[in-house]
Design a protein around this ligand. Structure first.
Ligand code: ZN
Length: 113
């Protein structure tokens, strides 16, 4: 293999950042404001005064969107897990790009003429 010191340094940097990621949650946290079924409730006024916000953690499970309601306190606390998941994905993409860049830098890789 033709792995240069810059490749080792990059791999070590990504590994160190991966070790710092912490807890992760896939998906997103979104507020929803809703109407209820009670006729005459202020949520049916014009303009409507909707209920909520209610916080939903939404993610894909086996290609289906799944939502779970959380308290406002939970939503605030778990927001950092969502951010950590995005950081994790970014680091994985960087790591996945490093392997190809090693092949690209390898002088043994046949070049088109
Ligand atoms: Zn209502």
């Amino acid at each position: 293999m033709q792995i240069g010191p810059e490749h080792y340094a990059e791999q070590a940097r990504i590994a160190a950042e991966l070790a710092e990621v912490g807890f992760v949650l896939p998906g997103s946290l979104n507020p929803r404001r809703l109407t209820c079924t009670h006729a005459g409730c202020h949520c049916h006024d014009e303009p409507p005064q909707l209920h909520g916000p209610y916080w939903y953690w939404t993610r894909k499970v086996a290609a289906k969107t799944v939502s779970k309601m959380l308290s406002a306190e939970q939503a605030e606390e778990y927001q950092s897990f969502i951010a950590n998941e995005r950081r994790l994905r970014g680091l994985v993409r960087e790591l996945e790009a490093l392997g190809p860049s090693i092949i690209e830098a390898d002088p043994r890789t046949p070049r088109r003429r």
